[in-house]
Design a protein around this ligand. Structure first.
Ligand SMILES: Cc1cc2nc3c(=O)[nH]c(=O)nc-3n(C[C@H](O)[C@H](O)[C@H](O)COP(=O)(O)OP(=O)(O)OC[C@H]3O[C@@H](n4cnc5c(N)ncnc54)[C@H](O)[C@@H]3O)c2cc1C
Length: 472
């Protein structure tokens, strides 16, 4: 049977984009269907990763300038810097990124159709254009990479003006004096530290028992110290009762209770509320159930290790399949799916995946935490170093941060690396590389590392590890 294309990809975020580029490199005919009439690139470029990281970059620059060169006692950053400048900075990056993505697709002869895609069967996609007209395309394979959207709160409305979600906060036109973040997790921490760097007073109200419980315990301890220093108020095990406008004080009020004092209704006053809810997969309206694609009870699409759904010609990747819901993983998943479609190699993702949290400062980790090692009864040792021992940190006036390695006490093989501090999201890759190749901490003692650098933390942590007693 002949088809219009070899693969049709619904959604142009990182999963769809990398599937498209890899398929095109295999010489395949590719069509991307994208519902956003203006931009390609999905939440990766337009409403998630790149805009939030651009905002963060601007906030980091401002914080550095403000704390090192300005008279920080006299002025807050929001008195010195304007949100309009920060938004312009962000917009210039988004425009450039959008241009590059479009050019990449053109360069690889990838066609695009602007409209909402829906599967009619395992090889046929109906695209509804903006005016309502439909066009039908066929392909040997279909990739669903439709991403996710912010979940809505039950207790209050998000008006995207005063009460925002993790997308609409990126459009705020001024730096708020006060911000209450309802929700925990990585996105909450990122926005908390971004706005704290701009001078905003931050309160986080999280329903979870612990804050980022997957972090290594010492990294978590360092994080809490940094949050206190930034006067970010963090309350866990909170249940929100309601959010109301106080017209007399032209402010918002968030009413909540805590697990420790359930009988006391507490209130915090704020200018804006950011709701950070769970991500909802965009799996509706695609005709999935009708053609036999399986969904989990959270509406994520079920796939095998090659990202194939229950319908052999239909693949899915990215946020729509759920955890880890990161652009980093989506890029790899999209490429592996393309390899599986066209029988090009039996690629699979390595079991150890690093995480990067783009707070200020950054946090990154891979492999076992100390608690994991204890739980698993591993005979391990720890090597760690505080950034305050690094010359590069001294030069940058950086006081906070630490790097910690967990390694096997007998073989010295690295089992986990955990970093909080400047450049953590880049630094982790050095530890990841040595670890994934079965390396030992001796790597960092036998090899010369540049000085001064943050990477030097590995040498000092390895040295510390060799002189530390075995953990019980
Ligand atoms: C604030 C924020 C910060 C983040 N920071 C990071 C980070 O630092 N690092 C990281 O790795 N990840 C980060 N992420 C996560 C990352 O953005 C997502 O994991 C990633 O974009 C998901 O990629 P995707 O390909 O699954 O879908 P998306 O990027 O969401 O793209 C999906 C596309 O599909 C389109 N679409 C949906 N339905 C249809 C349909 N029926 N027909 C046609 N098109 C359709 C949408 O319009 C959209 O363009 C962040 C997310 C947020 C919200």
């Amino acid at each position: 049977m002949s088809y219009d294309y070899d693969v049709i990809i619904i959604g142009s975020g990182p999963a769809g984009f990398s599937c498209a580029i890899q398929s095109s490199k295999f010489g395949k005919r590719v069509l991307i269907v994208e519902a956003n009439p203006e931009n390609l690139g999905g939440s990766w470029i337009n409403t998630g990763t790149v805009p939030s990281k651009s905002l963060r970059e601007a906030a980091k620059l401002i914080q550095k300038f403000h704390t090192q060169f300005a008279d920080q006692e006299k002025m807050k950053p929001y008195q010195r810097f304007k949100m309009s400048d920060i938004l312009r900075y962000k917009q210039s990056i988004l425009s450039e990124k959008n241009r590059k993505v479009k050019n990449d697709l053109i360069k690889h002869n990838i066609e695009t159709a602007r409209g909402r895609g829906k599967l009619l069967d395992g090889h046929t996609v109906e695209v509804t254009l903006e005016g309502g007209r439909t066009i039908t395309y066929t392909a040997g394979f279909v990739m669903i990479s439709t991403g996710s959207r912010p979940g809505k709160p039950e207790q209050f409305e998000v008006d995207h003006h005063v009460v925002v979600d993790y997308r609409s906060i990126l459009e705020l036109t001024h730096i708020p004096r006060r911000l209450v973040i309802v929700g925990g997790g990585v996105i909450a921490l990122e926005f908390a530290t971004i706005f704290a760097a701009l001078g905003t007073r931050i309160t986080i109200l999280s329903a979870e028992k612990g804050f980022l419980p997957f972090l290594d315990e010492e990294v978590s301890g360092e994080l809490h110290k940094i949050l206190r220093k930034k006067t970010i108020q963090l309350t866990t095990e909170c249940s929100i009762e309601r959010v109301e406008k106080n017209d007399f004080r032209t402010s918002m009020e968030v009413f909540y209770r805590t697990a420790s004092e359930p009988g006391r209704l507490q209130v915090v006053e704020t200018d804006h509320v950011l709701h950070v809810g769970h991500k909802m997969p965009n799996s509706e309206g695609l005709g999935l159930a009708e053609i036999g694609v399986g969904l989990s009870d959270r509406n994520t699409i079920e796939v095998d290790e090659a990202f194939r759904t229950a319908v052999p010609s239909v693949f899915a990747a990215g946020d729509v399949i759920g955890f880890p819901s990161q652009a980093s993983a989506s890029f790899v998943q999209g490429r592996i799916a393309a390899c599986a479609m066209f029988g090009m190699g039996e690629d699979e993702i390595a079991a150890n995946v690093p995480y990067g949290i783009y707070s200020i400062p950054e946090i990154a980790g891979i492999g076992l935490t100390e608690a994991d090692a204890r739980r698993q009864g591993v005979h391990y040792k720890v090597g760690k170093i505080s950034y305050s021992n690094l010359t590069q940190a001294d030069i940058g006036h950086v006081d906070d941060g630490m790097l910690k390695m967990i390694f096997d006490a007998d073989t010295l093989r690295i089992l986990g690396v955990h970093i909080i501090g400047e450049q953590a999201s880049d630094l982790i890759h050095l530890g990841q590389c040595v670890m994934q190749h079965g390396g030992t901490i001796e790597y960092f003692l036998k090899n010369v590392l540049n000085y001064p650098s943050y990477g030097e933390a590995y040498r000092m942590a390895a040295f510390d590890g060799l002189t530390e007693p075995v953990a019980e």
